[in-house]
Design a protein around this ligand. Structure first.
Ligand code: IVH
Length: 650
């Protein structure tokens, strides 16, 4: 006969092993060392060998941990998940109580008073004491299978704490995030530059309905259980109060704010006291819930459409008011996130006068389509920041326009830096293998890298500090950074990301001028004389090298060891035009000026944009202007289009 101690130990071991299995197989985040895990499994195997009658098919000794599914399946609830009718004031509550008294033929009903938690409802199905399914409420009949996510919530037991568990027990409760956890979570989101959650309810729902349980696991979800939905193989006690006691006993978290009350006066007392304590509670509630205590009476009262007649939610008065928006300002957070804030006509709500309300973020602002001049409903809940709930569309001024968010300067700068570095590292530029866009973005966001030269001074430690970069990959990345330093002048010039300078232009400039110094010193005219370089590109190159900052960055890159082999400059072919300085002016009929320029360059001529004493020949097309006049004044040889064609033919 197994001792009670052994039975308990077996249960503990299974629970612990399953949690490890789950972390190992589903979350890819094992928390136990292999040998510790092996010891637990060994201990369980020994106990099961001693008591074969206690071996169950679901024991971790009988199977290995499984893999997660990737979509939410539908789960049909064993019993529909109802919602609660609301009482919005005293008289509505009195109506509810009167109807119940009449039906039950009672003078004063005993209720269990509870908090109305502001989270999302969950159904937890335990079969023979093992958590097998968890589902959201969905439409009340069918919910979403969130079992894998629920398994990550520490406070939800995987096994019921009882020796003789019922065949089936469906426990229902509310998943929520405490105010403190909510603040912490949002701080972390901000530190990572991710979107902030709007309120605890919204973040609890968002955290539970994740396709990747790893994300849920990282979120601080809590639960309070408040009822049994379905049971098989167990006689429930006679009262709801005892059901809650039972839930507590078998290890389910139950709220401590629960109280047995009799008659409406005690109901109102509870409501008032709860209202006074509301701000001090560590979780959000939006009212009190009263449930007829005797389950037999609940049966008698039955239900209407979607809600039971034996329970009611007595909501706190909405802390809402109507006012108008005078302006919308956009605040820049420490980590670059933008928060639109509505400046309001002062309004008294929830005991204080408010003049500002948050619009949370761009998505929320767009969804609610809040505009300057709008009349809006604002809400203040507890000690959270007042928010704009919705627009009163009927009161919208005729000339109103949608509000557009500016993109912040730091964000814009960040985007530009990131794009410049992505180009620099790309295959046809410096070809830095393993330096992906995500890594570049993180380096920029963390301000570890400001320009290309910083890439070559990043430390291993900084790289390892990035998300998703293991030490091995970081080492590989450092090696490929090192490799990339051996490059070609053409690649380097292209990598600099000068506007209008593509791969071909860069190669042409590099091969014509031969050295970075020559490129940096070339005049617009000299650049224009290079094949593939037009006026825009030549101006752009000049501008780039005129910028002190760029020269300094290039210097730093060279100091880091960026090098290329010397370029052999191809000598222009010998011809009558070799070395001749030629200027083109006016319009040509048989070709464009650019075509003429290219053809002349091929023959070894130097084509300049302006006429000077050094000019040898000016080619004059139709409607030539001041250049022709200047050439005439300087006595420079001038030829027309047919003369040009003759020159080109020879
Ligand atoms: S009992 C049939 N008790 O409120 C009873 N629900 O508006 C239905 N809720 O879907 C559930 N606190 O998500 C119950 N103490 C409480 C509750 C509670 C919050 C939620 C629950 C339900 C919704 C109904």
């Amino acid at each position: 006969m197994p001792t009670e101690q052994d039975v308990t130990r077996i249960r503990e071991l299974r629970e612990e092993i399953e949690r490890h299995n789950f972390r190992y197989y589903v979350l890819d985040a094992p928390t136990a060392l292999d040998h510790e895990f092996d010891e637990l499994l060994r201990e369980l195997e020994d106990l099961e060998a001693k008591y074969p009658e206690l071996v169950t098919p679901d024991s971790p000794t009988q199977h290995v941990g499984g893999k997660p599914s990737t979509t939410f399946n539908e789960i049909k609830h064993l019993v529909p998940m109802l919602s609660l009718s609301n009482a919005l004031n005293e008289s509505e509550f009195l109506d509810f109580d009167r109807r119940s008294r009449e039906k039950l033929n009672s003078d004063a009903i005993e209720y269990v008073a509870e908090t109305k938690l502001d989270g999302l409802a969950i159904s937890l199905v335990y079969e023979r004491g093992v958590l097998v399914r968890a589902a959201t409420r969905g439409d009340g009949t069918t919910g979403e299978d969130v079992t894998l996510n629920v398994l990550t919530i520490e406070s939800i037991p995987l096994h019921l704490n009882c020796l003789d568990p019922p065949v089936v027990l469906e426990v229902r409760g509310e998943i929520f995030i405490t105010k403190a956890d909510f603040d912490r979570l949002n701080k972390e989101q901000a530190d990572r530059g991710e979107k902030l959650f709007i309120n605890p309810r919204n973040s609890a729902a968002g955290s539970l309905r994740q396709l990747d349980p790893k994300i849920t696991a990282a979120r601080p979800l809590s639960i309070y259980c408040y009822t049994v939905g379905y049971v098989e193989g167990l006689e429930l006690p006679a009262t709801h109060c005892e059901v809650l006691e039972y839930l507590k006993e078998i290890g389910m978290p139950v709220s401590t704010e629960t109280q047995l009350v009799k008659g409406v006066d005690e109901c109102f007392d509870y409501y008032r006291q709860l209202g006074e304590r509301r701000d001090k509670l560590d979780y959000e509630i939006d009212g009190a819930v009263y449930k007829v205590n005797k389950l037999q009476d609940q049966q008698t009262l039955g239900q209407v459409a979607k809600a039971p007649r034996w329970a009611i939610a007595y909501k706190f008065p909405p802390e809402e008011a109507t006012t108008t928006i005078n302006a919308i300002d956009v605040q820049l957070g420490r980590t670059g996130q933008l928060t639109p804030v509505a400046r309001l006509d002062p309004v008294f709500v929830g005991g204080v006068t408010i003049t500002n309300a948050t619009l949370h973020n761009e998505d929320e602002l767009k969804r609610k389509d809040v505009r300057v001049g709008d009349t809006v409903v604002v809400r203040r809940a507890g000690d959270v920041i007042p928010e704009v709930v919705r627009v009163v569309i009927d009161k919208r001024p005729k000339n109103s326009v949608p509000f557009t968010m500016p993109i912040s300067v730091p964000e814009q700068e960040l985007v530009q830096r990131t794009l410049a570095l992505i180009h620099f590292a790309s295959r046809r530029a410096m070809d830095i293998d393993g330096l992906g866009n995500k890594i570049i973005e993180q380096l920029c966001r963390a301000n570890l890298v400001r320009d290309a030269s910083d890439l070559y001074t990043v430390s291993l430690a900084s790289l390892v500090s990035l998300d998703r970069l293991a030490e091995k990959s970081a080492e590989n990345l450092l090696a490929s950074l090192e490799r990339s330093k051996q490059t070609t002048l053409a690649r380097f010039l292209f990598a600099l990301g000068i506007r209008e300078i593509g791969e071909t232009t860069a190669a042409s400039v590099a091969n014509t001028l031969g050295s970075l110094d020559a490129i940096a010193a070339a005049s617009v005219d000299e650049l224009l004389a290079i094949p593939d370089v037009g006026p825009v590109a030549s101006a752009s190159i000049r501008e780039f090298f005129d910028e002190q900052e760029n020269l300094e960055m290039i210097r730093r890159l060279m100091d880091c060891g960026v090098r290329w082999p010397a370029v052999e400059v191809a000598a222009p072919s010998e011809s009558m035009l070799s070395g001749k300085r030629i200027v083109l002016t006016g319009t040509l009929a048989s070709m464009t000026r650019d075509e003429a320029r290219q053809a002349l360059i091929k023959l070894g001529a130097k084509v300049s944009a302006s006429v000077s004493r050094n000019t040898d020949i000016v080619i004059v097309g139709a409607d030539a202007g001041s250049k022709a006049d200047k050439a005439a004044a300087l006595g420079i040889e001038m030829i027309d289009e047919s003369g040009l064609l003759g020159l080109l033919e020879t």
